[in-house]
Design a protein around this ligand. Structure first.
Ligand code: HEC
Length: 116
């Protein structure tokens, strides 16, 4: 292989891994949420959450507040929810104080998009 081809290949692999890398701040979510394995009992599985209607998994009993919110999870709604869950959806049962850092929220939303 020509060196340029090798370099191009390595760059593709590098950026692909970056895009799918779990940001360390997701560890705080992973205490309750799974994104890949079977659902944990305490919180809904986040696989495929981006683009999904809020509170729509069959295998989790959501609060009425969340399941009747009429929200679809996109960049804006996730950002608002993760910043201050119970301000965005009054009555949600997600016991999480929120992420003040915009950069951390953005990193998590990018990561959620990769969970299929
Ligand atoms: C202490 C446990 C806990 C932590 C920590 C937590 N969550 Fe949750 N999360 C929940 C519960 C419980 C619900 C369901 C809330 C409801 O029914 O009102 C939920 C709901 C959600 C939903 C809506 C899912 C759906 O199917 O509509 C998203 C998105 C979400 N959490 C993302 C996150 C992210 C991202 C983090 C980390 C920044 C996080 N959560 C941290 C417990 C937690």
């Amino acid at each position: 292989m020509r060196p340029a081809v090798v370099v191009a290949y390595l760059l593709v692999v590098f950026f692909f891994n970056q895009a799918h890398a779990q940001p360390s701040v997701f560890e705080r979510c992973a205490a309750c949420h799974s994104g890949t394995e079977a659902t944990k009992d305490v919180a809904p599985n986040l696989a495929g959450v981006f683009g999904r209607k809020a509170g729509s998994r069959e295998d989790f009993r959501y609060s009425r507040a969340l399941s009747r919110s009429g929200i679809t999870w996109d960049e804006r709604s996730l950002d608002a929810f993760l910043k201050a869950p119970d301000q965005f959806i009054a009555g949600t049962r997600m016991p999480f104080e929120g992420l003040a850092s915009e950069a951390e929220r953005a990193a998590i939303i990018q990561y959620l998009k990769t969970l299929k």
